[in-house]
Design a protein around this ligand. Structure first.
Ligand code: 5GP
Length: 198
């Protein structure tokens, strides 16, 4: 998606530890016009999938997922990070290791909001090592719902997540795949740059 790649090049900041900061339009301040374009692009790519629910993880996935859901006209469920014990029973639960915070969270989804008959599209802002998506995919599997795929805004193609999850047969559509980024020069190379004529 060219508009997104241009925006990342213009406003993205490369930080130490392979972190790309996109706080000015995606993760903190949110450009809703861009989110709408992102939503339409996911709708186009998953047009055949009969999605009836979108699942994301708090916090930074929620804003994007809500706007994407408007293109699909379906509800959004977000997996909650929790520290509450003894919650088994009414919820599906799994553990997710956070890339940016370097710690493990328990995440939950109430059983009443996910289950057999649902066709679920996962949405998240970033795909790095794949832990967040892996956790969401497990919640879908445990619930008996069908996972139709995952829509990712920015995939860091030099990290293992994309390959790992695609090899498990999960359909992943990423709107911008970063192949290389250089903290000192600020240069970002995307997959498909040549095709875009850049
Ligand atoms: P994963 O679980 O794939 O390793 O990491 C995905 C999650 O970590 C995303 O939900 C995102 O919030 C966060 N994340 C991973 N890499 C980056 C990054 O380079 N920049 C930002 N802003 N968030 C990231």
């Amino acid at each position: 998606m060219k508009e997104l790649k241009d925006r990342i090049r213009r406003d993205g900041v490369i930080k130490a530890g392979n972190v790309l900061k996109v706080d000015s339009f995606l993760n903190h301040q949110m450009d809703i016009g861009l989110f709408e374009q992102i939503g339409q692009e996911f709708k186009r790519r998953f047009a055949d999938a009969k999605v009836n629910k979108i699942l994301t993880i708090e916090a930074s996935g929620i804003g994007i997922a809500c706007v994407v859901a408007q293109s699909f006209h379906v509800p959004v469920v977000f997996a909650k990070k929790t520290q509450t014990k003894n919650i088994a029973g009414e919820v599906y639960t799994t553990q997710v290791e956070s890339y940016t915070h370097g710690r493990i969270y328990d995440v939950i989804v109430a059983k009443e909001f996910l289950g057999k008959g649902d066709k679920v599209l996962l949405i998240d802002d970033f795909l790095a090592n794949g832990k967040a998506l892996e956790g969401l995919a497990k919640l879908v599997e445990d619930s008996g719902a069908e996972l139709v795929g995952a829509g990712i805004v920015i995939e860091k193609g030099f990290q293992v997540g994309g390959q790992l999850l695609r090899s498990k047969g999960i359909r992943i559509e990423s709107l911008a795949i970063v192949e290389q980024m250089d903290e000192t020069t600020g240069t970002i190379v995307f997959k498909g740059d040549e095709r875009d004529g850049e």
